[in-house]
Design a protein around this ligand. Structure first.
Ligand code: NAD
Length: 307
């Protein structure tokens, strides 16, 4: 299949290389020309274990190339993956303007009907919003191609991105037609044949929400054990051993149960901060998540004070 990947950052570049490894013809497009030039020279613009080797293999096989020209990148597109950033806005929700800009650009440059897949992390119902953006642009430009939106959230971790992408715990995609579902089945056919991991096929809002709910749940575990750490400190117990003792219970498990500075990084804070306002918008006050965020901030202060 011909797959353009729009936004070749941590998620986009690793995904592009993996799609090429699974036999697809992939073009990585980014609006940052300096990154594209670097990658056309054969180098990733950031370090990720195993990425340079994977890139070298699929570029040499002629299955992955890079372009800074949207006409060129989208010419033969069948399935387009949106992997641009969704950074936090000052009020907490995500900035979806980059995703929407891709939607408009795809309308302008599409040469046939195609499937536009959100891999960027977005709140539930962004797919509907993106379809409206696409419809408005289609009407404005008078173009004739059908562009349907699907969701395929990404769960990779920076530092293990290649391993996580080539051997994921699960693949989740949400579609609104048999046509779209069959295209995504083809995208992942080789991975499923090789790896046999679970595939969750669902509708678009459910797939979008699985991503936010997953990160919010992992952040909740971290805040929970940090709250337990505060109690351990007051009663003279050892939180590391408490976590170990809890983690041996298979219903609980040991991962994301280490007390420390709290959660951080490029995804958890912004995704937790985006999930609570989404809940509020639809009339549910997600007080548990407010607590998770408060514990996280408090934990940082507490650890710093103890140093
Ligand atoms: N980094 C992670 O660990 C991770 C894991 C899972 C999901 N995600 C999600 O994936 C998305 C991308 O994250 P990332 O870490 O890869 O971001 P990134 O900043 O590394 O990459 C985004 C890329 O998109 C490009 N871009 C922005 N607007 C563009 C446009 N209109 N056209 C073309 N290119 C454009 C940027 O130049 C950049 O190279 C985010 O929504 C993030 O929340 C990230």
């Amino acid at each position: 299949m011909n797959i353009p990947v729009i936004g070749v950052g941590h998620v986009g570049l690793v995904s592009a290389a993996a799609f090429a490894r699974w036999g697809h013809q992939v073009v990585g497009y980014d609006d940052d020309g300096a990154k594209i030039s670097k990658m056309q020279g054969g180098e990733a613009w950031f370090y990720e274990p195993g990425l340079d080797d994977l890139m070298a293999e699929v570029v040499a096989d002629g299955r992955l190339r890079f372009s800074h020209d949207p006409d060129d990148a989208l010419r033969d597109a069948e399935v387009v993956f949106v992997c641009v950033g969704t950074p936090p806005l000052p009020g907490g929700g995500p900035n979806l303007s980059y995703v929407e800009a891709v939607g408009r650009s795809v309308v302008e440059h599409a040469q046939r009907n195609l499937l536009l897949v959100e891999k960027s992390t977005v709140p539930a119902n962004t797919g509907k919003r993106l379809e409206q953006v696409i419809q408005r642009e289609t009407d404005r430009l008078g173009t004739a191609h059908r562009i349907e939106v699907a969701s395929n959230p990404e769960f990779l971790k920076e530092g293990a991105a290649v391993q996580d992408t080539l051997h994921p715990d699960r693949v989740v995609y949400g579609t609104s037609s048999d046509w779209a579902r069959d295209l995504l089945r083809q995208v992942y056919a080789q991975l499923v044949a090789e790896d046999g991991m679970p595939v969750v096929e669902t509708d678009v809002p459910t797939a979008e929400l699985i991503k936010h709910a997953s990160n919010a749940f992992l952040a909740t575990r971290i805040s929970f054990i940090n709250a337990v750490a505060q109690i351990c400190d007051r009663v003279g117990a050892d939180v590391a051993v408490v976590a170990e003792g809890m983690g041996h219970d298979v219903r609980i498990g040991s991962r994301f149960l280490q007390a420390g500075l709290g959660y951080g990084g490029s995804c958890f804070p912004k995704d937790v901060d985006a999930f609570a306002p989404l809940a509020a918008q639809v009339g549910y006050e997600f007080r548990l998540l407010d607590q998770v965020r408060e514990i996280n901030v408090g934990q940082r202060h507490w650890v710093v004070q103890k140093l």
